[in-house]
Design a protein around this ligand. Structure first.
Ligand SMILES: Cc1cc2nc3c(=O)[nH]c(=O)nc-3n(C[C@H](O)[C@H](O)[C@H](O)COP(=O)(O)OP(=O)(O)OC[C@H]3O[C@@H](n4cnc5c(N)ncnc54)[C@H](O)[C@@H]3O)c2cc1C
Ligand SMILES: *[C@@H]1O[C@H](CO)[C@@H](O)[C@H](O)[C@H]1NC(C)=O
Ligand SMILES: *[C@@H]1O[C@H](CO)[C@@H](O)[C@H](O)[C@H]1NC(C)=O
Ligand SMILES: *[C@@H]1O[C@H](CO)[C@@H](O)[C@H](O)[C@H]1NC(C)=O
Ligand SMILES: *[C@@H]1O[C@H](CO)[C@@H](O)[C@H](O)[C@H]1NC(C)=O
Ligand SMILES: *[C@@H]1O[C@H](CO)[C@@H](O)[C@H](O)[C@H]1NC(C)=O
Length: 640
């Protein structure tokens, strides 16, 4: 760009800045158009599963009807959409649902998104504290104190299948349910014979399949479940090797046989010694005999898959241009999710957890980015919570929150993420905004005299993450990192800002290239060389060099800048009138800076300064006498 072009840009910029009535703050047309489009909200109830999956989607409206007091069991996953570990586990869970589809008369595979606020009550009632949580709810299940289903403490598909098989086989059929398709899980004993196997069986059953099931294995139970849709066959398991031999089974090679009503026993060898292979072999044999399965039941139509809108694309593009900006919308979303979802869904808030909540609200009250109504909300909520010194329930908290919000309406100036919006649904979001909120608070604390405690914000954050953050894996990592990085020895508020910055960078480094990474927002060491060239002492070093030599003073200055409330971007909010008005001018400045590059801006500043010097000189030359005569400079300026 030539100097002349710069001059034109600067002139236009100055005109925009000066000629406009500053109070109106008219945005550039393109920007204005974007603001209008911001009403398109990403569907928060989207969850991790959709129509293409075999996972039954539960929510507050269908939960009881689907899993309580049924004649079949349910495997339920309680998850949070924003929890990285839940996202990583989702593909496995989809596979489990797909593979266990033939079991559906006896067990369904379901999931509920605890990050959707409407489901708070369910997740609270079931006392879910880690995400994802897998629970088995048996047939006839009714929740009661201390009984919220049986937890499965593994995320391995084979282990889950085995555990489920064991629990299903242990159900007491006479008392808990009434399901004619429920297989007989009794093992074959010495007294059984080829003909006795058919005693009491419906005439539909043409064959009994005998499966050898070694000790501590559930391969026979699983095979029976896989063949639920084949009414012509009854599957029985045999554990004793001698009894197995009676049915022509040599446990080493031939692990299954079919018995027909005439008492003829035929042995077969499956490809592998697992239930899927056994079931496959039996199905193959039955098909050869022209026997067919029941037609498969269709599972759940419903809900459409959200697609990325043009508006979202524009939003992402805008944010991409200013990746390091801190956005008002994200700070608000973080607070809203914390209060409405994370705290509200904890069943009992007592002891350390209550203290953590009180600490969190105390720092939030001090460094609150919300507008006037939001200040009142947090103040009153804090007053409410500090009254309790024993315990408080999440339900009580939620009721008080809703009561206050209804009273103080409107509180929030936006309804969705901006800087934390992902390029695809389910990416980024809450965890991104939570980092942002805590960085924001450490920076505010630094310039605030109300507290001299350097650990104030870090301690509140640590307590919050440990006790409320619905990303369980994150919370565990964070606690380990906090003690490794000696969080409790941070000496002053500047170091607190830098501590969090460095800790966040450690997480960024660990997660770079992870499945949960948004390809449009790759994890980088922050700030990037583009955002803050002076933050790195050796700007040329490529990212492969993990040891970046930071200029910590520059980093601190940079963090102070981007978290300065005057510079927090209001891009994408809908109700600016709720916020303090003072930022109007700064926003205009930012509009200009988002149109012109940093280089342009720096050139512009130079020329701007130059112009002012020239004006002062001109002023002195032409108005020197007048200045002498009249004591008030602004009278003269009025004439200029
Ligand atoms: C306490 C905590 C622990 C977490 N632990 C895990 C975990 O163990 N496993 C896991 O999968 N996910 C974890 N997460 C989530 C993960 O860190 C990200 O939040 C998530 O992957 C979304 O990433 P993002 O790209 O939106 O950027 P984020 O990392 O969320 O960052 C948000 C914004 O902060 C700014 N920023 C980035 N780095 C810094 C920095 N060093 N200093 C100041 N500002 C910065 C950037 O503008 C960025 O857009 C954790 C989150 C939190 C809050
Ligand atoms: C679901 O059942 C539980 C326990 O029986 C009950 O407390 C709750 O109110 C029910 N929820 C709905 C939405 O009906
Ligand atoms: C099964 O339930 C019946 C009826 O409630 C009860 O009599 C029986 O003892 C139960 N059996 C087992 C093994 O729990
Ligand atoms: C079991 O189901 C049958 C037929 O659907 C019904 O008549 C019977 O009352 C049920 N028994 C129980 C205990 O639910
Ligand atoms: C089966 O499990 C029991 C209890 O866990 C154990 O003692 C036994 O050794 C196991 N048997 C085999 C064959 O693994
Ligand atoms: C069983 O397998 C062994 C080796 O794996 C083989 O030598 C033997 O012949 C097999 N027996 C039968 C009956 O197939």
């Amino acid at each position: 760009m030539s100097v002349a072009q710069h001059l034109i840009i600067v002139t236009v910029g100055l005109l925009l800045g000066f000629l406009r009535p500053t109070s109106a703050g008219v945005p550039l047309p393109r920007y204005e158009a974007m603001l209008k489009q911001q009403s398109a909200v990403e569907d928060p109830s989207l969850g991790l599963y959709d129509d293409t999956d075999k996972v039954v989607r539960l929510n507050v409206d269908n939960f009881n009807a689907t899993v309580l007091d049924q004649n079949r069991g349910a495997l339920v996953e309680f998850y949070n959409t924003y929890c990285g570990h839940c996202r990583r586990f989702a593909p496995t869970y989809k596979v489990i649902a797909e593979h266990l589809l033939p079991w559906s008369e006896v067990l369904i595979v379901a999931a509920i998104d605890c990050a959707a606020e409407e489901n708070n009550g369910v997740c609270r009632d079931y006392e879910v504290m880690g995400y994802p949580t897998l629970r088995y709810l048996g047939p006839g299940f009714q929740p009661s104190a201390q009984h919220y289903g049986q937890s499965l403490l593994t995320q391995d598909e084979n282990e889950i299948r085995g555990l489920l098989a064991g629990m299903l086989a242990a159900e007491n059929m006479t008392s808990s349910h009434n399901n004619t398709l429920w297989p007989s899980f009794h093992t074959i004993t010495e007294s059984d014979s080829a003909s006795s196997l058919f005693e009491g069986l419906s005439s539909v059953k043409q064959y009994v399949a005998v499966i050898h099931e070694p000790e501590n294995s559930t391969v026979g139970i699983e095979t029976a479940l896989f063949l639920l849709n084949w009414p012509a066959v009854e599957v029985r398991r045999v554990q004793d090797a001698k009894v197995a031999a009676k049915f022509k089974i040599e446990p080493t090679n031939l692990s299954l046989s079919l018995v027909d009503r005439k008492g003829v026993i035929t042995a077969y060898a499956a490809e592998n010694a697992d239930s899927a292979s056994y079931a496959k072999k039996i199905e193959e044999v039955l098909r050869q005999k022209n026997i067919t399965p029941r037609p498969a039941k269709l599972v759940q139509p419903r809900t459409t898959v959200a697609t990325k809108t043009a508006e979202q694309n524009d939003l992402i593009k805008e944010v991409q241009r200013n990746k390091h900006f801190v956005y008002q919308a994200d700070l608000e979303q973080a607070i809203r999710t914390v209060l409405h979802n994370e705290v509200a869904k904890v069943a009992e808030i007592s002891g350390e957890r209550l203290l953590a909540l009180q600490r969190f609200l105390t720092v939030l009250q001090r460094y609150n980015p919300l507008g006037a109504n939001g200040h009142k909300l947090v103040n009153q909520l804090k007053d409410y919570v500090v009254q309790f010194n024993e315990q408080l329930s999440g339900e009580q908290f939620e009721q008080e929150l809703k009561r206050l919000e209804a009273h103080l309406l409107p509180v929030y100036s936006s309804t969705h993420f901006v800087g934390c919006a992902g390029s695809k649904p389910r990416l980024r979001g809450f965890s991104c905004s939570l980092w942002t909120l805590f960085h924001f608070m450490t920076v505010q604390a630094e310039s605030n005299e109300d507290s001299s405690d350097p650990l104030e914000v870090l301690q509140a954050m640590h307590g919050y993450i440990k006790n409320f953050f619905g990303c369980t894996e994150c919370a565990e990592h964070f606690q380990a990192m906090a003690s490794r990085r000696k969080i409790w020895s941070v000496p002053n508020k500047e170091e607190a800002v830098l501590w969090l910055w460095a800790a966040h960078n450690e997480v960024n480094q660990r997660l770079a290239g992870d499945d949960t990474e948004d390809p449009e927002f790759p994890k980088q060491q922050f700030p990037s060389p583009n955002s803050c060239p002076e933050c790195r002492r050796s700007p040329d070093t490529k990212s492969e060099n993990l040891e970046i030599e930071w200029n910590k003073d520059a980093v601190l200055g940079f963090l102070r800048n981007i978290h300065n409330p005057q510079f927090v971007s209001r891009y994408g909010i809908q109700r600016e009138e709720l916020l303090h008005p003072s930022v109007d001018k700064m926003r205009q400045k930012r509009q200009i800076s988002s149109v012109f590059t940093d280089m342009d801006m720096r050139m512009g500043m130079l020329l701007y300064a130059f112009c002012i010097v020239m004006m002062v000189l001109a002023f002195k030359l032409f108005a020197f006498k007048g200045y002498r005569k009249k004591p008030y400079g602004h009278d003269l300026l009025g004439k200029v």
